[in-house]
Design a protein around this ligand. Sequence first.
Ligand code: 5RP
Length: 274
Amino acid sequence: MDWGMKNRMSHLIQADGRCFFLPIDHGYFQGPTSCLEKPGETIRPLLPYCDALFVTRGVLRAAVPPENTKPIILRVSGGTSVVGGDLANEGLTTSIEEIVRLNAAAVGVSIFVGSDYERQSLLNLAEMVNMCEDFGIPVMAVTAVGKELEKRDARYLALASRIAAELGARVVKTYWCPDFGKVVEGCPVPVVMAGGPKCETEREVMEFVYDGMMNGAAGLNLGRNVWQNPHPVAMMRALRAIIHENATVGTAMEIFKEVREAEQKGRKVRKRKG
Ligand code: 5RP
């Protein structure tokens, strides 16, 4: 691995081998998603607690100050919408010149294994890997399922994740699922969990994240379950503790409640020691 690639990877995956990405790319096919109507306002209080931001070039330019020091993972596949024919029918949206110009630390491309557009989306990934490897830029594959959320089981996600790694993805983002260890075991590159639609309770989120981490995930790329929560900073801080401080579900819930209560009373909560 060349210096540039190593350097970018080390900005994404921290010294403890773990990572917490904040995705705000949902608008590229969903439009003004709830709580993300003004992405700049949504992320302002959350940025200090993430390791990288997953975003399209349009929102990056419009809503993220260039002085931002968090690494940028640029979403570079798209071309579909929730009201169109098939979410899987994606192409590549962003040139390598633009990726370099925007100083991306990595890029993200969706693949739709098992869909009518499987081949096209896998070749999108391979093409982006070919371009980005020349510049030392890691590609994160996103194992997308479109509207077919029921596809998210270990057998399917292990298949999709392995294929993504075989095609050259340096990181794979996939969904958490029961038996998550099977997905990680079959994938030779770091596996990061996405969240999917908002869970009913905070504890449910903490539980699946904790389970994923215990089963070998490198980290998290969690959007709606953070910024659609009425207390997104409390969610970020609690989840960060699971990822980077080996917190249990119980400790993470305590942090969540402590930060939420402090927010309600208008005071700050310092980082816990140990
Ligand atoms: C959407 C994405 C998101 O980055 C990913 O799904 C994570 O967000 P969430 O936790 O809200 O599912 O790829 O296109």
